[in-house]
Design a binder for this molecule. Structure first.
Ligand SMILES: [Zn+2]
Ligand SMILES: [Zn+2]
Length: 294
């Protein structure tokens, strides 16, 4: 009798144990499902929030009124071509870089563009879209190119004469030629410095671009020397020598441009600067030609 009681007790214990086990298992599954649901919902909410923030940011970039109306104009493509680009690499970059247009961090191998005036960096694609409708930095609003570079004799030489003291109102052709040569020489110095700054400040430059830039820096140093020689020739009334020296300086700018083509570099960073320098040299040549005719 005691034996059968013991067996039935054990059977009911086993049944209770199995039932408790099932309850535990069900609770476990329910709890797990809830946790998974919460995690998914949290990630989704975060994604929505980030997406909205990004959209709002892009929207604000496209509608924010700027003080200067000129900044709302699209950037001249020839200027865009002169802005240095780089390939992001965490090995060469100490800190994390963020693109202020799309708010994402630069990933390994992504192509960026540097604005030389304010040193802000952006993805090439993000910045180029921005420049379809603006000509300033999306972050600090600094104009990409505030110093308007004069391009013609009228724009370069005449204002210099007008600002000079009254005696030089009678500036003869030789003085005019001197001014034109000094402007070209000043421009060459400026470009040589610009290149050196770019080489120092931009990390991750494409090796072929870096080589082309290094060569150009030397070309502009040479051009500067040749323009100094042309000033001496002009003072000595040796118009033929002026022609030769200025011609050599123009050839330097052309070698710089060719260097980019030959190196296979994708970025013609100095095209606009080379063109302006050649124009300034041609101004001097035009005045020298008048001197030769007189
Ligand atoms: Zn971006
Ligand atoms: Zn900026």
């Amino acid at each position: 009798m005691e034996n059968t009681d013991g067996i039935s007790n054990q059977v009911s214990n086993n049944t209770a144990y199995a039932r408790n086990g099932k309850i535990m298992l069900c609770s476990g599954i329910i709890l797990f499902t809830i946790v998974v649901f919460i995690v998914c919902f949290h990630s989704y909410a975060r994604w929505i929030f980030k997406h909205r923030q990004r959209r709002r940011h892009l929207l604000s970039l496209s509608v924010t009124p700027t003080a200067a109306g000129a900044a709302d104009k699209a950037l001249d493509p020839s200027i865009l071509g002169t802005l240095p680009t780089f390939v992001y690499s965490s090995k060469t970059q100490d800190s994390v870089l963020q693109c202020a247009v799309c708010l994402s961090e630069f990933q390994e191998g992504e192509k960026g563009r540097l604005l030389p005036k304010c040193s802000h960096t952006f993805h090439v694609c993000c910045l180029d879209i921005w420049f379809h409708a603006h000509s300033n930095c999306p972050l600090c609003r600094a104009p990409v190119q505030s110093d308007k570079v004069p391009e013609t004799i009228a724009e370069t030489v005449v204002p210099v004469i007008e600002e000079a003291d009254p005696e030089s109102e009678q500036a003869n052709l030789q003085q005019l030629g001197m001014i034109a040569l000094r402007l070209a020489s000043g421009n060459a110095t400026d470009t040589a410095l610009y290149i050196k700054r770019m080489l120092n400040d931009t990390s991750g430059l494409d090796p072929s671009t870096e080589q082309a830039l290094t060569d150009c820096a030397q070309h502009y140093v040479d051009a500067n020397q040749q323009l100094d020689d042309s000033v001496a020739a002009l003072l000595a009334n040796a118009q033929h020598d002026v022609n030769a020296w200025v011609g050599a300086a123009i050839a330097d700018a052309e070698s710089c441009e060719d260097g980019f083509k030959e190196s296979g570099s994708q970025d013609f960073l100095l095209t606009a600067r080379n063109a302006i320098f050649k124009q300034l040299c041609n101004n001097a040549l035009a005045i020298n030609k008048l001197l030769t005719a007189n």
